[in-house]
Design a protein around this ligand. Structure first.
Ligand code: UTP
Length: 408
């Protein structure tokens, strides 16, 4: 796009400051700046005007999960249906690896983190080994789509290639990059990360399906006969992926989406809960439940809002496609974002100075006809690596891996 054309478009949105340094840049850099700015999705900055209007929740009600006892009672039937579907190539796995992993605080993609003590045990390796368990059980490979973020895309691809995809056949591994959203200051002005580039970051894990589609994979998967997608987070090193039991249960229960859940440790565990909102499936945050709701129990003494969401979902593609036509709420996060000020000086803030925009994957539940929360044993399937130490950390994940018989 030409300078004038872009300048005029930016002016309409009050973002023409992005070209502030244009005149002083060498020609090559000018080109880069125009290219970077014209790729921006300005609708995010427009949406900033709506910040402060809290996302209104509807009427929240509990949603029953399929419990471990029910799963056990029907294990043969579910497992067989799941294995059949895997053999028929009806399921694919989608790894959500576009996050920044800021809490872990290491350089590079989170999946490259080595959890090993006496030998290397990379997070990506653990996840691929988990997927291989299902592949072995079914006797058929499933496509593995890996969503990266712009900042970690190259490092992720080269790491996996260097490690020979941890034994997974390369023709079944596909990458796509998730969309980005700009960061804005307190006045809604998009920040410049350098004189030639606006500050952008991945648009949240809810951006996965539109990014997958944009990369042409929705069509590809349909052609392959895939009709279920198992999305999973990069950081849970114990999760089952394309788990035949889960897949079979979702298929036989005719659910539009399945979500693996763990029973809460108590009313005050700070975890999102799978429930209903205005009659539609939803995940509500801990803070969105009143104290009374958090403590409410059923006749058996179980918490009514008991099912903690662990970010391992099975989406039926036709329902996903329909639901993705609707709009999703945009979430705002106040963060520290380094930027270049009007004098061209690089500023590294010590306090949050900017707003980032994110979509959350579970917000799509509201557009789904039905949801099957599927209980799993926490100690066997939930070991998230969010922090270096403490809760949901490298330390706690290592302990859980050892408990499950993994050598580190
Ligand atoms: P988290 O919410 O834990 O975010 O992501 P994060 O970026 O990994 O870590 P912090 O908050 O900066 O410490 C949950 C899952 O969603 C993915 C992550 O990679 C992880 O698998 N995710 C998150 C994306 O794929 N894209 C995003 O934009 C954000």
């Amino acid at each position: 796009m030409k300078y004038e054309e872009l300048f005029n478009e930016l002016k309409v949105h009050g973002q023409e400051h992005l070209l502030h340094f244009y005149e002083e840049l060498p020609e090559e850099e000018q080109k880069k700046l125009l290219e970077n700015v014209s790729r921006l999705d300005l609708s995010y900055a427009e949406a900033f005007a709506g910040k402060g209007e809290e996302i209104q929740r509807g009427t929240i009600e509990p949603l029953k999960a399929m419990t471990l006892a029910e799963e056990e009672a029907h294990a043969k039937e579910y497992r067989e249906a799941g294995i059949r579907a895997l053999r028929e190539g009806r399921a694919a796995a989608v790894l959500l690896a576009g996050g920044m992993g800021t809490r872990l605080g290491t350089d590079g993609p989170k999946g490259c983190f080595d959890l090993g003590i006496t030998r290397p045990v990379y997070i990506f390796q653990r996840l691929i080994e988990n997927l291989q368990d299902s592949v072995k059980e079914a006797g058929a490979y499933v496509h593995l789509l890996i969503m990266t973020g712009e900042p970690n895309d190259r490092a992720t691809r080269s790491f996996l290639k260097e490690h020979d995809f941890f034994g997974y056949p390369e023709e079944y591994v596909h990458f796509f990059v998730q969309d980005t959203a700009p960061a804005v200051d307190e006045n809604g002005k998009i920040l410049l990360e350098s004189k030639t580039a606006p500050a952008v970051s991945p648009n949240g894990n809810g951006g996965w399906y539109s990014s997958l589609k944009k990369a042409g994979f929705a069509e590809f998967l349909k052609k392959q006969g895939v009709d279920y997608l198992n999305t999973f987070a990069v950081d849970n090193v114990l999760q089952r992926i394309c788990d035949p039991l889960f897949l079979g249960a979702v298929i036989l229960k005719d659910a539009a989406v399945g979500a693996k859940v763990t029973a809460k440790t108590g009313p005050d565990e700070k975890v999102g809960v799978v429930c209903l909102e205005d009659g539609h499936p939803a995940v509500v945050e801990y803070t969105e439940l009143s104290e009374e709701m958090r403590n409410a129990r059923d006749a058996d003494g179980r918490l009514l809002y008991n099912w903690g969401y662990i970010n391992n979902c099975l989406f039926r593609m036709e329902d996903l496609e329909r639901a993705s036509k609707g709009s999703m709420p945009l979430h705002f996060a106040h963060k520290k974002v380094p930027y270049v000020d009007a004098e061209g000086q690089r500023v590294t803030p010590s306090e949050p100075n900017a707003w980032k925009f994110e979509y959350f994957i579970f917000d799509i539940f509201k557009g789904m006809k039905s949801c099957l929360p599927f209980e799993v044993v926490r100690e066997k399937e939930f070991a998230p690596v969010k922090n270096p130490t403490g809760v949901d950390s490298v330390e706690s994940a290592r302990e859980l891996l050892k408990l499950n018989g993994y050598q580190l």
